[in-house]
Write a protein that binds this ligand. Structure first.
Ligand code: PMP
Length: 308
């Protein structure tokens, strides 16, 4: 999706003009995928934009970097404040997408990442429906990818590390070239893992089920966690349980969660309609509640919002 430029990008403690936010071509991260990032959204509320679950995203960024042994030269608090600052200066009354990136910079070559300098950037830009408005309304058409999700002992699936996304990109290319909206990857043991940038839920007999990240090798999603809490608050049972592809084919309802995608119903998987292919009632209820929570319309979820 094309990026709409904004005013400033925060780089290593300073606000830099968008066009000047450049790095050297010999930066380590560009060659070896040595970095970690976050995807966060800010939403419009009645009292201005608010960043959704900012602290949880920043903690995940630090966890990703802990896994890949990158020491971030800032604290969680400093990056939270920097995010608020950049969202504010770029003036996003309708909300925006926020992209914090930690990457190994210029000065060292060779596979050993340890001596390379660590840089941090935070950018914001307006971003609409990640899979398009049609998928939001009518559901997404998914294909099980021939690319497996990383084995957690080959690549650390709990880290949102930049190099990991070659795997997601391959699955995405295959799905798009085959005429689908998105891919679902299976884990190394053949169980359903996740989309290329989304977690998966199914609804069966009124119960919501999502694959446990530890077994399925999926990224622990902040949106997934929000939906688990919202669904339980609404009185639904939610289970973390392994599933195979036919559980998707035979689900009563299915949907994807993620910061970029938000909540998108799944219309079909491998050309099998999920139920009648239309967004299901439980999907609609949790999605509407989520959409109200992020916009500050539900006081019980106020603690998830950081006002800008
Ligand atoms: N899985 C992968 C591989 C992702 O890239 C993302 C997006 N960060 C997700 C799941 C969903 O995570 P979240 O809800 O925290 O955005």
């Amino acid at each position: 999706m094309p990026i709409t430029p904004t005013e400033k990008i925060w780089m290593d403690g300073e606000l830099v003009d968008w066009d000047k936010a450049t790095i050297h071509v010999l930066s380590h991260g560009l060659h070896y995928g040595t970095g970690a990032f976050e995807g966060i959204r800010a939403y419009p509320t009645s009292s201005g934009p608010a960043v959704f679950r900012l602290r949880e995203h920043m903690v995940r960024l630090f966890n990703s970097c802990k896994i890949i042994m990158i020491d971030i030269p800032f604290s969680v608090e400093e990056l939270i404040n920097a995010t608020v600052e950049v969202v504010r200066v770029n003036d996003h009354p309708d909300g925006c997408y926020v992209r914090p990136l930690v990457y190994l910079g210029y000065g060292e070559m060779g596979v050993n990442p340890l001596p390379a300098p660590v840089n941090v950037a935070i950018a914001t830009w307006p971003w609409g429906a990640y899979l398009g408005e049609n998928a939001v309304k009518n559901g997404a058409r998914l294909k099980i990818s021939s690319w497996r999700r990383h084995d957690p002992n080959a690549m650390p699936t709990a880290a949102k590390a930049t190099g990991m996304y070659l795997n997601s990109g391959l699955a995405k290319i295959e799905a798009l070239k085959s005429g689908y909206d998105e891919a679902i990857m299976l884990g190394p043991e053949g169980q359903v893992s996740e989309g290329t940038g989304e977690n998966i839920f199914i609804v069966r007999d009124g119960v919501l089920v999502t694959p446990p990240s530890s077994e399925a090798g999926a990224l622990p999603g902040v949106t997934q966690d929000s939906i688990v809490k919202i669904a339980r608050d609404l009185g639904y049972e939610v289970r973390f349980e392994a599933m195979v592809r036919t559980d998707l084919y035979l689900a009563d309802e299915a949907f994807m969660t993620g910061t970029a995608v938000e909540i998108v119903p799944i219309q079909s998987v491998d050309d099998r309609l999920v139920n009648d292919g239309r967004p299901g009632p439980i999907t609609n209820i949790v999605r509407n509640t989520f959409n109200s929570a992020v916009r500050g319309e539900l006081s019980q979820y106020e603690s998830w919002l950081t006002r800008v």
